[in-house]
Design a binder for this molecule. Structure first.
Ligand code: 13P
Length: 244
């Protein structure tokens, strides 16, 4: 199946950085992968215009569950779609940890994404303390079970396994550890969503770089990558895409 490689720019990027997204689109050639970039909300509309007609999709990094209302500072799924996004990252560990996002809230946001016609990328992952306590599989499968509403069946979506301790640290799990968690996520997806759960890509995220991308992307059940720091420069991101 076609791999999905998504860049998460996090809170990085000004208008001058749109040239990096353009360079990614220009450098793709006829790569047999799906590619997306999720810039900060301020750049979603301009990046969508810049990349119109290219093979690179644009996404948001979060959304509010409600469509509109008195929610100062928030952005809805409908607003992201209106700005040209087709993807949205939900439940990133930086939001779960920094903003107290629960699995139930993430599930409500997933429903909002579906309502707006966006393809959600739902993030799960254990902390180092949870892994060291032997609880990685239990934590991750629990997040999958509670964050993914039944409404996802029949709709395009992806899950991203991002071990918290591997994000921005340069540390990565071994390919065996990645394959073990991805297999557990796949089994949980099938248990929750049936056939629809058998097809959704499971991305790996956490310190993916050009140097380790090919090995990670070749691991069993790894359907792509969610890339933070190395997605900010086109040359690095294209190097990762080349590994798919
Ligand atoms: P890094 O690739 O910078 O480790 O970030 C991963 C991530 O959090 C992507 O969502």
């Amino acid at each position: 199946m076609q791999k999905l490689i998504v860049g998460n720019w996090k809170m990085n990027g000004l208008s001058a950085d749109l040239v990096e997204a353009e360079a990614v689109a220009a450098g793709l050639g006829d790569a047999a992968v799906r590619v997306g970039i999720c810039p900060p909300a301020t750049l979603v509309e301009r990046m969508s215009r810049t990349l119109a007609g290219t093979l690179v999709a644009v996404g948001g990094q979060d959304c509010r569950a409600e469509a509109s209302g008195a929610f100062t500072g928030d952005v809805s799924a409908e607003m992201l779609a209106d700005a040209g996004a087709t993807l949205v990252i939900l439940g990133h560990s930086e939001r779960r940890a920094g903003f107290g996002e629960t699995d139930a809230l993430v599930a409500a946001k997933v429903e909002a994404a579906l309502r707006a016609g966006l393809e959600p990328i739902v993030c799960v992952g254990e902390t180092l303390a949870e892994r060291e306590a032997g609880r990685a599989i239990a934590v991750v499968t629990g997040q999958v079970r509670r964050s993914l509403p039944a409404a996802l069946a029949g709709r395009p979506f992806a899950v991203a396994y991002e071990p918290v301790w591997a994000i921005g640290t340069g540390l990565t799990p071994t390919t065996d550890q990645i394959a073990e968690i991805h297999a557990a996520i796949r089994a949980e997806l099938v248990a929750v969503l049936g056939d629809a759960g058998a097809r959704a890509p499971i991305l790996y995220g956490g310190s993916v770089k050009p140097a380790n991308a090919a090995e990670i992307l070749a691991a069993a059940e790894v359907g792509g990558a969610l890339v933070g720091g190395a997605s900010l420069k086109a040359s690095d991101f294209l190097g990762i895409i080349a590994g798919a």
